[in-house]
Design a protein around this ligand. Structure first.
Ligand SMILES: [Zn+2]
Length: 451
């Protein structure tokens, strides 16, 4: 049986927390409906009469730090078996704001979407079959807003508009949900706009944030203190391979290779298994260690890596860029005369400029993401060399370059392998802190060559 949580690979603890919360949330909605309709039969969350009791509903939320939350035991209509333990285990109840943390590929946004679906599910469980589940997962639910930052950060204007809309009454009678992917890319001003909403949440609004960690660099301490954290771990390769076979119909041997090569990143594993171009790019990256024969070769390798990332990024955004430009031009219409036409032209120029700015920012982000993927592959190679030099009983990340890594292990020993691994990780960190990618990559290649 697969419900909405079926795609969360290797995250049993998080799934248990979310199931429990969804059950609590469903019980809260039932309580509100019953409260408004007197002793009437429980009609589920779709009854608009429930709105009368929004304040009471809001009071029933227990905040993340509140151990004495009232729970839902007083609700005579709470028949779901999972609703009862809420008072016994108040930490697993429902709350207004959540942060999903974990390394890239661990499924932060998958978890947030699944939870959103469970909250909108007409059965309150995330059955995966009802309209609430379906539309949420398909991204068409009227009460679920997904923010996927396309630039390097989410701006304040976007956040204010979002917070405003999120405060409105849910049209489906359940919850207004805002999912913010990459909440670590909020600007400070946008973070403040969000904080206000999280501090004084509208009764039926739920914020689901995704971030790599709860480190203050990723999420401000004040936002963090208002949210319940759902930590996700890097899924084991076996679990990733299993989901590729079961859900994507990929052959078991390919799935196993891809899962190991992707180092626990589900989306990356799927791409490697399916997309020959992704495999070629990976091959080119893993050829780097062999090519570093001198200073010139190191600079050449740096250029090749940067240019490959640029090309990959350009290809990934080209289609969207063109479609957006065409759509905007259609919306603005061609020509036009008479009163207001001059003003409209000025407005059009502004909108085009805005669009170009957004697209440029998205391209930069896509380049960094592509480069980062390459660096993760490269780090995997030197990690293999290190574990081999140490004779550690762990499986290699890249089975197809294991022989080369073994040769490296012999030549560099553990110390030299570790220094090279560190050089790759330092390069990633430098780019993260806005060092120009080319400079960081050149420095890394020289370190990899010299050792
Ligand atoms: Zn459902």
């Amino acid at each position: 049986m697969t419900d909405v949580f079926g795609d969360l690979v290797g995250q049993d603890e998080a799934v248990a927390t979310l199931r429990h919360a969804a059950a609590s949330a469903a019980a809260l909605l039932r309580a509100a409906t019953l409260g408004a309709a007197g002793a009437g039969a429980p009609t589920g969350g779709g009854d608009p009469d429930g709105y009368d009791d929004l304040d009471a509903l809001a009071e029933q939320f227990d905040g993340p730090g509140d151990p004495d939350g009232p729970g839902v035991t007083g609700d005579p209509g709470a028949t779901a078996p999972t609703a009862d333990p809420v008072s016994a285990d108040p930490g697993a109840g429902m709350t207004h704001a959540w942060i999903f943390t974990g390394p890239p590929g661990s499924g932060r946004s998958v978890a947030a979407r699944a939870f959103a679906a469970a909250l909108q599910c007409v059965h309150g469980t995330g059955c995966g079959r009802c309209p609430g589940c379906h539309t949420t997962l398909a991204g068409t639910h009227a009460d679920v807003r997904l923010v996927v930052p396309e630039g390097l950060s989410i701006g304040v204007g976007e956040m204010r508009a979002l917070v405003l809309r999120a405060a409105s009454t849910p049209s489906g009678g359940r919850w207004q949900i805002v999912i913010i992917e990459d909440a670590d890319r909020l600007t400070e001003a946008a973070g403040n706009a969000l904080l206000k909403a999280v501090e004084e949440p509208p009764p039926r609004t739920v914020f689901l944030l995704c971030a790599p960690s709860t480190h203050p660099d990723d999420v401000s301490v004040t936002i963090r203190s208002r949210c319940r954290v759902v930590p996700l771990r890097q899924p084991p390769a076996g679990a990733v391979a299993e989901v590729l076979v079961r859900r994507d119909g990929i052959a078991p041997d390919v799935a196993e290779w891809a899962a190991a090569a992707a180092q626990g990143h589900v989306g990356r594993a799927r791409r490697l298994a399916r997309d020959p171009e992704a495999r070629q790019r990976r091959d080119a990256v893993l050829a780097v260690p062999r090519r570093l024969t001198g200073v010139g070769a190191a600079f050449d390798a740096a250029s090749a890596l940067i240019e490959a990332a640029e090309a990959e990024a350009a290809a990934s955004v080209a289609e969207a860029d063109e479609a957006e430009r065409a759509a905007l031009q259609t919306a603005l219409g061609a020509g036009g005369t008479g009163r207001g036409a001059a003003g409209a032209m000025r407005g059009a120029a502004g909108q085009l400029k805005d669009l170009e700015k957004r697209q440029k920012s998205r391209a930069t982000r896509a380049q960094r993401d592509a480069l980062d993927r390459a660096l993760v592959d490269l780090a995997g190679f030197y990690r293999d060399a290190l574990t081999m030099a140490l004779r550690a009983p762990v499986a290699p990340v890249h089975t197809d370059t294991a022989t080369l890594a073994a040769a490296g292990a012999q030549k560099w020993d553990a110390e030299g392998s570790l220094r090279r691994l560190e050089a790759v990780l330092e390069c990633r960190a430098a780019i993260e802190t806005n060092v120009k990618p080319r400079i960081a990559v050149e420095a890394m290649m020289l370190s990899l060559w010299r050792g």
